[in-house]
Design a binder for this molecule. Structure first.
Ligand SMILES: [Zn+2]
Length: 121
């Protein structure tokens, strides 16, 4: 119960932070949006788990790409795309090399952690 309340609070805090839309492609149908952690739940301290700046609001496709390390963001918020995804296929995934997310300073350490530990490169 405590866990669920924490997650709910986390998601509720994330929505306005990312204008209720996918940080990457701006899809805004609530049913398609997912709150994800840059530094995953299992690797985070209790404090990091509930830190909304450890979170990112993404549509379901982009959430899985991020969660599985196919995409990452650097300190400036610029996208990095794993070499496993061929450049000619980017369009199918709704991504392109010049995308960036509107990150805040507080997102930086979490983006860096994700890029270093989860990104496939
Ligand atoms: Zn998206």
């Amino acid at each position: 119960m405590k866990l669920r309340k924490g997650k709910q609070k986390f998601t509720q805090g994330l929505l306005p932070l990312w204008d209720h839309q996918c940080a990457l492609c701006e899809i805004n149908l609530p049913e398609l949006l997912m709150a994800t952690h840059s530094k995953p739940w299992k690797d985070s301290t209790d404090e990091e788990r509930l830190d909304i700046y450890n979170g990112l609001l993404l549509c379901c496709n982009h959430e899985i790409l991020y969660d599985q390390g196919y995409i990452a963001f650097d300190g400036s918020g610029k996208i990095h795309i794993a070499s496993e995804i061929d450049i000619t296929e980017y369009g199918k995934y709704g991504i392109h090399a010049k995308m960036r997310v509107n990150r805040r300073e507080e997102n930086k350490p979490y983006f860096k952690w994700h890029k270093r530990n989860i990104f496939r490169g």
